[in-house]
Design a protein around this ligand. Structure first.
Ligand code: FAD
Ligand code: FES
Length: 238
């Protein structure tokens, strides 16, 4: 973990609620790791997944506006600075030859960096990106650079009708990597075989000190911020 002062390169809307925040000055991070952003006026930092992290220090975050903290982040402008804890969490294991990436809503965000890492290793994943409807889609073109992509929407307004897990049925893979709502991750764990899930939990410190983010696994208690956020799906007690 490092504490770094990042500067805003750009902040642009991707749809009605999701925006892309590009920051300069970050240490390189792995797919599945996250950062904790300090938002002026709020005591607790906001945990956000690494959507991309480049060797030149550019960090890309994909953020959904849900409350006051993310609303303040949405208002950032080029040149503004942001205090961040970087390099948090464990990250995904890239031990698949035929990976299936399964994202639901804002849970697609960390899978973008994972897709790039697989592509750099010479492996083209299949990504199933699930959204509520066509208006809520984002980053599909970006994923298509590195993956075969299937889009699923709950109402059938784009891609196949259904959620990311039902749309994954029949897609050949030797390992899945999922991020999204808990109900989606539980369904993925129950139907897609061997895989890893990236979990969310309300966080206090974000770096292992407060135990506020503990979950139960088959190996005992684990902290989402420290032993996770990525867990073997079979080890999570759902
Ligand atoms: C490991 C991890 C990675 C995440 N990655 C992303 C991402 O890439 N993009 C994205 O848009 N969101 C992500 N989230 C969720 C994001 O942290 C919350 O949406 C955000 O903190 C909400 O802040 P707020 O002030 O707008 O909302 P409020 O509801 O006003 O927040 C109040 C408090 O609750 C906490 N909180 C609210 N929702 C969540 C949540 N879902 N998870 C954890 N804490 C929450 C906030 O941090 C804050 O302390 C991630 C969460 C975790 C744990
Ligand atoms: S948030 Fe403090 S231990 Fe995880």
């Amino acid at each position: 973990m490092k504490r770094e002062l990042l500067s805003v390169i750009s902040c642009r809307p991707l749809n009605g609620t999701v925006f892309e925040l590009k920051l300069a000055g970050a240490s390189a991070m792995r797919a599945g790791q996250f950062v904790e952003l300090s938002v002026p006026g709020f005591f607790l930092r906001r945990p956000i997944s690494v959507a991309d992290s480049e060797a030149d220090g550019t960090l890309t975050l994909l953020i959904k506006t849900v409350g006051e903290g993310t609303k303040k982040l949405r208002a950032l402008a080029p040149g503004d600075t942001l205090d961040a804890l970087t390099g948090l969490g464990n990250g995904f294991d890239l031990d698949a030859s035929s990976p299936l990436l399964v994202g639901g809503g804002i849970g697609c965000a960390p899978l973008y960096k994972l897709a790039k890492e697989f592509a750099a290793a010479g492996v083209r994943p299949h990504a199933v990106l699930g959204f509520r409807n066509a208006e809520e889609m984002y980053y599909v073109k970006e994923f298509e650079r590195y993956c075969d992509v299937t889009v699923a929407t709950d109402d059938g307004s784009a891609g196949v009708k259904g959620n990311a897990v039902t749309a994954s049925a029949g897609i050949p893979h030797d390992r899945f990597y999922a991020c999204g709502p808990q109900v989606m991750l539980r369904a993925a764990a129950g139907s897609l075989g061997r895989g890893q899930v990236s979990l969310e939990a309300r966080m206090g410190c974000g770096f292992g000190a407060c135990m506020g983010c503990s979950i139960v696994t088959t190996k005992g208690y684990a902290r989402v911020c420290k032993e996770g956020p990525v867990f073997e799906a079979a080890e999570v007690v759902w």
